[in-house]
Ligand binder design. Sequence first.
Ligand code: ZN
Length: 299
Amino acid sequence: MNYIIIDMEWNQPSSKADTVTEPVPLYGEIIRIGAVKLDSGLDEKDRFHCCVLPKYYRRMNSAVGRVTGLRSVSMTYGQRFPDAYDAFLKWCGEDFAVLSWGSEDDKIMNANLAVHGIDRGRLPEFFDLQQIFAHKIAGNGRQYGIAAALEYYGLPADLKAHDALNDAVYAARIGRKMGFDKYLEGYEEMLRAAEEKKKEKYFFTYHRIESAEAAMSSRRITLCRCPLCRRIMKRGEYARVNDTLYVTRASCGRHGEFFVRLRLTLCPDKTYSVTRTIKRPSPEYIELYEKSLEKLIKM
Ligand SMILES: [Zn+2]
């Protein structure tokens, strides 16, 4: 079996109003396909690169242009998507698995196939190397970009990034270091376990927050989701225990009462990190909360 490491570049609509929505929303139209083929021993066998002519978004979106260095004129040559897709599938061969860094490429591929009315055919769903790296290598579930993963392994970053083929080459180099093939069999199980763990998220830390006021007025920081079902919980006002500690109660319709604590820590760069902890009510927490409420009333 061969392994295809794919990376694509896509253009985006210039505005929300220009976004194609039928038969599916097209958030990105593929303009470059880059891929590296590895054999079963993870040695490189071949490379694929193809320019794709956009049908819907022919003017370069400025943000995409900045990142890729491509311009509208860069999209006036190449193959129509159906031909490019055919050529790519042919190049993949018979027995292969496809991997990409991150989950976006697979979604964008699906959307592009749908707007062109092409059946996905024998192209399998992509494995996400970034997920394997996060859970099996780094082990912390954090999302590493390609540059961060190269650095993790001390691999050279000698190619121009945000070029489909170069990024595929980078992902292949990282993948080879990871020995990704030994994780593919347990891949679904790994994702399921990660999903379960995410659901049980009782802690979360935000970094580089300017001040306590900024933290307490930030909706994303003060928002409380149920650790079990992730639904937004109804919560009370935050009570200030002291300059760096705020507490409140919250409840989920399904999972009951929780206590929420925001702890601010001053960092060397004079910003704060804020850790939100969500716990089941314990006598200590209830006492802390009641006490801080008293304080609030006194102020
Ligand atoms: Zn819940």
